[in-house]
Design a protein around this ligand. Structure first.
Ligand code: ATP
Ligand code: MG
Length: 443
């Protein structure tokens, strides 16, 4: 992409309405634009990051054997009346009436709709286990939308639902979800800590939240500091191995606790010795639930078991805050100059800065590097504007491009270009002929 052909509405000033770093940087880098409180348009740069996150989430879901589908944003109220949640959900639910006076709602989550799909089509234990997921916009009329995409009213969520014949099977589904989520966050560059949690309006009896430590997080968490040295290196987990998944869950979730949850308020006190007790703010980037037959019973999601009896299926649900993750990743990776994207989600992996647009050789070398990287799918961003080099550097740093290639007449006389690592800030001189192959190795 050539910057002169791109739509990158960066802001010079820090917008007054933004309180936290990620919100400020997303506005300054031209990633989002508020339409109305808690509802945003995603500009091209922001959309690229959102889609990169989605891509990783989808890959890891499919690797774990979960099947994608797509449910609508608008749902009939009648389904929620059946489950009993239509009244329970309260003012967070956006209720709509159509021209025929039918009550609809903009889905805050999809347990009811998926249960209905399931019960219409699945009748036998032979078709289980089954896990379906989608990535779809949700609406919750949050009392205080704030912090940009972190607490929006409209937000993008990956939500998945598992159907199992027994509780044991459903717990295995739960465990494999926990493991696949750890893998997902790891690929996004994040250390997300699984912590036991309350189930809230989703209901049920077993739940973990995934929390990224950050000063600007809305949750207060209490944890065993040794978790921070844990290496979640789970590249080769066999998801079908019940024992292996259970072992990971036991090892990685046992020592951590939150005191604001009800099931075991003393757990934190058992972290011995005291020097390992950590307290921090954190961002919730996902949550998983096992809730048994809470929806399958009232909504008639029964199947025949191996003895021919009709039994309600055991279910769980699992959510990842896809749009919130964009903010969470920025909270984790930035400095005073701007964003520092992990390579896996970066909107462009390489930036090319032409320091003297008037110099013919500089332009030729930039064009050559640009076209070689473009044809091999490295999607570089080429800053070909008639601007000072300093202001080009500032833009690349603000929008967080992991690698920057600087091309100018002085370097070219020596046969070199400069390669700068956004994460470490270090620059080195690279022979012009080697730069493309080096980039391919690094990204
Ligand atoms: P929170 O406690 O932050 O309000 P929640 O527990 O109500 O979230 P879940 O029902 O667990 O949310 O939804 C799954 C995920 O969706 C959350 O872990 C979070 O990452 C994301 N999410 C929830 N609400 C919002 C929101 N208003 N804006 C952006 N993301 C959200
Ligand atoms: Mg939650």
């Amino acid at each position: 992409m050539r910057l002169t052909r791109y739509f990158l509405p960066v802001l010079r000033e820090v917008p007054a309405e933004a309180q936290i770093t990620s919100h400020k940087l997303m506005l300054r880098a031209g990633m989002i634009k508020q339409a109305v409180s808690g509802i945003y348009s995603w500009m091209p740069l922001g959309l690229k990051v959102l889609q990169n996150i989605e891509g990783i989430v989808i890959e890891e879901q499919e690797r774990a054997g979960h099947l994608p589908l797509l449910m609508p944003t608008i749902q009939p109220a009648s389904l929620w009346q059946k489950s009993g949640r239509y009244d329970d959900y309260g003012e967070e639910m956006l209720r709509i009436r159509d021209r025929h006076n039918r009550d609809l709602l903009y889905g805050p989550t999809n347990e009811e709709l998926i249960t209905e799909i399931f019960s219409s089509h699945v009748k036998s234990y032979r078709d289980l286990p089954l896990t379906l997921f989608h990535i779809q916009w949700k609406f919750r009329d949050e009392m205080r939308p704030r912090f940009g995409v972190m607490r929006g009213r409209e937000f993008l969520m990956k939500d998945g639902y598992n159907f199992d014949i027994t509780m044991d099977d459903a717990i295995h589904s739960y465990n494999r979800h926990l493991v696949s989520y750890l893998k997902t966050y790891e690929r996004l560059g994040l250390k997300a800590i699984p912590m036991r949690a309350d189930t809230g309006p989703i209901g049920g009896n077993y739940s973990h939240e995934f929390l990224v430590l950050a000063d600007t997080g809305e949750s207060e968490v209490f944890f065993d500091k040794r978790i921070l040295d844990f290496n979640f290196g789970i590249a080769n987990v066999n998801f079908d191995d019940i024992g292996e998944c259970q072992k990971i869950v036991d090892e990685w979730t046992a020592p951590y606790a939150r005191t604001d949850e009800t099931h075991d308020p003393e757990a934190f006190d058992r972290v011995v010795p005291k020097e390992f007790q950590g307290v921090s703010r954190a961002i919730e980037v996902g949550q998983i639930f096992y809730f048994g037959t809470k929806y399958s019973k009232p909504m008639g999601a029964h199947v025949t078991d191996s003895e021919g009896k009709q039994v309600p299926v055991h279910m769980g649900s699992h959510g990842i805050g896809v749009s919130r993750l964009v903010g969470a990743i920025i909270e984790a990776f930035h400095d005073d100059k701007g964003i520092k994207w992990p390579i896996s989600v970066a909107p462009f992996k390489v930036g090319i800065v032409n320091t003297v647009m008037g110099d013919q050789e500089t332009c030729e070398v930039c064009e050559k590097i640009y076209s070689e990287l473009t044809t091999t799918n490295f999607s570089p961003l080429y800053d070909d504007r008639e601007e000072r080099a300093g202001s080009k550097f500032t833009t690349m740093e603000l929008i967080g491009i992991p690698w920057r290639i600087t091309v100018g007449p002085r370097g070219l006389k020596k046969g070199i270009v400069e390669l700068t690592d956004r994460h470490s800030g270090e620059s080195r001189e690279i022979p012009t002929d080697n730069i493309v192959s080096l980039i391919k190795e690094l990204t």
